[in-house]
Structure formats: structure tokens, C-alpha cells
Design a protein around this ligand. Structure first.
Ligand SMILES: Nc1ncnc2c1ncn2[C@@H]1O[C@H](COP(=O)(O)OP(=O)(O)OP(=O)(O)O)[C@@H](O)[C@H]1O
Ligand SMILES: [Mg+2]
Length: 308
């Protein structure tokens, strides 16, 4: 069995509203998997089912081969969870939050104390171990939740928007840490930061309305779904005239202009030659291919409209 995570035809309905329907997925062991999707897509629903916080309406899910329906206890032993909302115990200090978690997982002080020191250090909270979470900033609380998820060295780590509210330094520190986990742990994360998914994930799935829209490596998704043939052209002069010329070309699918700089989207990669022919006499300062981004892919698949 090489899959650390398996969802088998999961359906989840909330009072008649179906959030996900017959959703299936397998995540290979030792990889970092990223689930992206607009607000309400169903990401947290899937994580709650996989982490046994919620039962599916239909279907079953497995973590390291253990069913969330019939072996919840085994599943909980193997996983670490960073939920979307911070859920620290406010009556315990930072260190006590971590210690309680370690003890619940059956760890002994000789093994959890050094581990907690290391995690407090990693998350930049070493000097705040004896303070209560209420005295922390939002980002510091988030870091403590991440530390707690790692105390017992889980085999599968679920991170629901782990870096929301983190400053760039903490975000990068967490990225480095997650990169270091690759091959040792399986990581299942959701994020709204496209650069984060791009930087971390071996595989990315984009979902919306409870369904998978695309699945692959960042490079594969960019190749397949983005407006890959957009060039940026800056004219030295005559920008007005060329705006008219460009608008009349059949192989030009779109033109956006800001001053002398144009974003020209072509129908396909063969169109670059006729474009050059038409711009032959132009005085051009700069021309470059605009690299497609994961955000382009995301918007192309899920639309521009804001969700309710
Ligand atoms: N407890 C609940 N009761 C009723 N509907 C719910 C409940 N939890 C989630 N939903 C609905 O299920 C759908 C999926 O929600 P979910 O929280 O899984 O989305 P998400 O992808 O995590 O979104 P976000 O990016 O905003 O966190 C939404 O339409 C939401 O309104
Ligand atoms: Mg969510």
C-alpha cells in the first residue's frame, strides 16, 4: 500500500446541502499534496472527514490504510492537524498546550521535553513558552498550533491554511520546515497562497463546488490551463497606432494596455511569427514572454467572481 491518504467516493451533506459528492482521491506516501479552491469549495470538509472530526454522509476515507469510520483511534494516533481555526487551550501556557498534546499521544517527558524545546525554537516562541495564548498575536498563536501538530512526529500531517496570518518570515520558516519533511511524512495542505502551493507541493489539486477541476504538478497545471502565450511588449513610440493594429489581428486573443506596455495574448505559440511580421517596423524597447502563474490557472478554472 503506497497511499498514505485515500478518499473513496466521499459525499458530505449538511442539512440537505451537498458540499462534496462522490469525491475520490489518493495521495502517495511521503509527498506534499496541496488542495486549492475558492471559499466554500469543500477543502475543510474533506480535512475534517480525514481527521475524524466529522463523519461522511456516504463513502469512506483511509489514513495509512485505517478507515476513519471503523478505526478512528488509529487514524488519530498517526496524524497531526493544524485546523483552519486556532483551537488552543487558553487556560494552559504555550508549553503546557504542547505537553498536554504529547501526553495525550502517550509520550514520556524524556522524549517530549527536548522535542518541545526544538519546536518552540523553530516557531520562534522559545522565550514565550510560559505565556498564555491569549497574550500572543494571531500569527504567534498560529505558530503554536503548528508546533502542537508536530509534537508527536505524525506520519501524516494535515494543514488547513497553515500560514494564514503569518508574517513573511514565519511563512518562510514554515515552508523550509515542510520541505524538510518531504519523504519522511505525508503532508496534506490547503492554502489560498498560490506561491505557497507552487513552492511546496509535489502535486496540486484545484477544486470547486465539491469537485476536482484539475490535478497535477504546478508545471503541468500551468502548461494545461493558463493563458500560456501572453507576451509583454513595450513600445518606444507610436503605442496608439499599434493598439489599433493589434486589435485587428485575428490571432491576437486579447490586448491589455498600460501606457506604452502591452500584454498581448496570442491564440497559440505559432502566432508569434505573424505578430513579429506585423510589428516589424515598430520601435520596441522590450519584448518578453509572460510566465504563466498558478494564480492564472486558478482564475481560469474557478472564474473571477467573488464567492458569497
Ligand atoms: N457545519 C456546516 N453546516 C452547514 N454548511 C456547512 C458547514 N460546514 C461547511 N458548510 C458548507 O459546505 C461548503 C464547503 O465548506 P468548507 O468549509 O469545506 O469550504 P472550504 O473550501 O474550506 O472554504 P474556505 O476556503 O473558506 O475555508 C460551503 O458551502 C459551506 O457553507
Ligand atoms: Mg476551509
Amino acid at each position: 500500500m503506497s497511499h498514505a491518504i485515500k478518499l473513496h467516493e466521499i459525499t458530505k451533506s449538511y442539512d440537505g446541502f451537498t458540499a462534496v459528492e462522490r469525491f475520490s482521491l489518493e495521495v502517495a506516501r511521503g509527498t506534499v499534496f496541496g488542495l486549492l479552491g475558492p471559499n466554500g469549495a469543500g477543502k475543510t470538509t474533506l480535512i475534517k472527514i480525514l481527521t475524524t472530526l466529522m463523519r461522511p454522509t456516504l463513502g469512506d476515507a483511509f489514513v495509512e490504510g485505517h478507515s476513519v469510520l471503523t478505526a478512528g483511534k488509529e487514524v488519530r494516533r498517526l496524524i497531526g492537524v493544524v485546523p483552519q481555526e486556532n483551537n488552543l487551550d487558553r487556560y494552559l501556557t504555550a508549553r503546557e498546550n504542547l505537553t498536554l498534546h504529547a501526553r495525550l499521544h502517550g509520550m514520556r517527558p524524556a522524549s517530549y521535553n527536548p522535542r518541545i524545546d526544538e519546536l518552540l525554537e523553530m516557531t520562534g516562541l522559545a522565550s514565550r513558552g510560559n505565556d498564555f495564548p491569549d497574550t500572543f498575536s494571531g500569527g504567534m498563536q498560529r505558530r503554536l498550533v503548528v508546533a502542537r501538530a508536530l509534537v508527536h512526529e505524525p506520519r501524516v500531517l494535515f494543514l488547513d491554511e497553515p500560514t494564514t496570518g503569518l508574517d513573511p518570515q514565519s511563512r518562510r520558516a514554515l515552508w523550509d520546515y515542510i520541505r524538510g519533511l518531504r519523504h519522511k511524512m505525508t503532508v496534506f495542505l490547503t492554502t489560498h497562497y498560490m506561491d505557497e502551493a507552487d513552492a511546496l507541493c509535489d502535486r496540486i489539486m484545484i477544486m470547486d463546488h465539491g469537485e476536482c477541476l484539475a490535478d497535477g504538478t504546478a508545471a503541468q497545471l500551468k502548461d494545461a490551463y493558463s493563458r500560456a502565450h501572453t507576451y509583454q511588449v513595450e513600445f518606444k513610440r507610436d503605442a496608439e497606432r499599434y493598439e489599433g493594429v493589434l486589435a485587428g489581428l485575428s490571432f491576437v486573443k486579447g490586448v491589455e494596455r498600460e501606457g506604452a506596455v502591452f500584454q498581448i495574448t496570442l491564440a497559440d505559440e505559432e502566432s508569434i511569427k505573424p505578430l513579429m511580421d506585423h510589428l516589424g517596423g515598430a520601435d520596441i524597447r522590450r519584448i518578453c514572454l509572460k510566465e504563466p502563474s498558478l494564480e492564472d490557472v486558478f482564475i481560469a478554472l474557478t472564474g473571477e467572481r467573488v464567492r458569497e
